[in-house]
Design a protein around this ligand. Structure first.
Ligand code: FES
Ligand code: FES
Length: 192
């Protein structure tokens, strides 16, 4: 008997539930863009190299082109469309806007989602490859420009707006209460 190659899944995205049939080979990126019209998440390389497709899955940054949609079922997914709090921009969005952390803007949704993940990882005490002291007792290292560059190194910008991006992440870090580093609404239970 042939095994099924498609399933009906329910994705929890930006506080809403979306039920859709998908081929098992459909990536989360293609499900977002092609099936759900959430085109804020961008496709660059489609092979995990550029970071343009970065979203948050259960608060952790993830390249959506390398995750199958079926594997994201039941997880809380936050895309760029869901990081603001109503009309109030997320502090990372605000900092990118104030400091021109972009030029063409194509990489920007991924940069912003990644930066939100960076702030959460840093607040949790995670060291990076350039942290001088990686012992847990050392606590989070200062979020210097070098730390930001390393932590954001998976997000490429073809316009090379890196100087402003690093400044924007630094400003957001200075202004972001820890509570707002876990962006995105939780999916509401549907009304009975
Ligand atoms: S499109 Fe996913 S990492 Fe480039
Ligand atoms: S702003 Fe153009 S690719 Fe980054």
């Amino acid at each position: 008997m042939a095994l099924p190659t498609s399933s009906v899944i329910t994705l929890h995205i930006n506080g809403e539930r979306h039920t859709l049939p998908v081929d098992h080979r459909t990536t989360l990126l293609d499900a977002l863009r092609e099936r759900l019209d959430l085109t804020g998440t961008k496709k660059g390389c489609d092979q995990g190299q550029c970071g343009a497709c970065t979203v948050l899955v259960d608060g952790r940054r993830t390249v959506a082109c390398l995750q199958f949609a079926v594997a994201a079922e039941g997880r809380e997914i936050t895309t760029i469309e869901g990081v603001a709090d109503g009309e109030r921009l997320h502090p990372v969005q605000q900092a990118f806007l104030e400091l021109d952390g972009y030029q063409c803007g194509y990489c920007t949704p991924g940069q912003i989602c990644s930066a939100i993940g960076v702030l959460a990882e840093h607040a949790a005490g995670w060291p990076s490859a350039v942290s001088a002291d990686v012992r847990p007792a050392a606590g989070p290292p200062p979020l210097t420009a070098e730390e930001i560059r390393e932590r954001m190194s998976g997000n490429l910008c073809r316009c090379a707006a890196y100087t402003s991006i690093v400044e924007a992440v630094g400003r957001a870090a200075a202004s972001t209460p820890a509570a707002r580093t876990d962006a995105g609404p939780q999916t509401k239970e549907p009304a009975a």
